[in-house]
Design a protein. Sequence first.
Length: 305
Amino acid sequence: MTGYIIAGILLAVCTVLIIRLVILRREIRLLKDELTRNLDPEYNRQITVTLLDRGLNSLAAEINRSLDYQRRLKRDAVRAENDLRQSVSDIAHDLRTPMTVIKGNLQLLTQEEQLSPGGKEHLAICCEKADVLKDMADAFFELSVLESDDAAAELRTVNLTKLLMQFLADSEAAIRLHGLEPEIVLPEKTLSIKADEQMLLRMLGNVLNNILKYAKDTFRLEAKQEGACCTVSFSNTVPAEQMPDPARMFLRSYRADASRSGGGAGLGLFIVRLLAEKQNAQVSAFAEDNILTLQMQFPLADAVH
């Protein structure tokens, strides 16, 4: 009789332990699921457990304290990033006005006939550096606006062929001033893409500025259809020793020659990438036989549903 009682007690104890183990496993699984959900920045809930277990409740409390601390760190990081971005925007905005005044006065000085040859040489250097500073201020201001603007791009059907021809006509003076002879390759068929026209023009302008800085004698602009997309390519010859890293060209502040002084902030192509992302477009770069090619790829208008 005693044996049956002991066996019954052991069976009951084992049953309770098994049930508790099953519940514990379920609680651990729920903890894991909650931790996974907390990876989402929009998810903000405390972890709770239903099992009355001191160790498990203590673990949940520690996890909640850790999650609260991480959320505070994220909030502080976001606030610091926003403050820094606003500071950059304010500084860039404040620099643009005096830089415009400085450039205007330097241009007036170039008309002075009493300047010595040495003075004219120094003035030319000042004009060049003033242009660089103004371009940098404009780039920082544009970047701060882009990164803080969450508004979606206004994607519409754009006649790419017509837009490129107009862009080249508007840029002819700058191209000729740099002594470049462009090779233009456009298809006979009109290409229409889905894009924000103003953003696209800014992308083209930034890529062309990069071409004007580094191309010698000529560059190639080509637009063509590739499947359901349209590719716009800018290509120019680059000496092997000056070839940049194509995989990094669209990164923030990347410059092929880190020791180069006075060449700008290196933000132009990064801004191109940001503008592309806002339009569901892609940018890339590759080098082959000393030819560097920058590409922008947009979906065709009739391929977007």
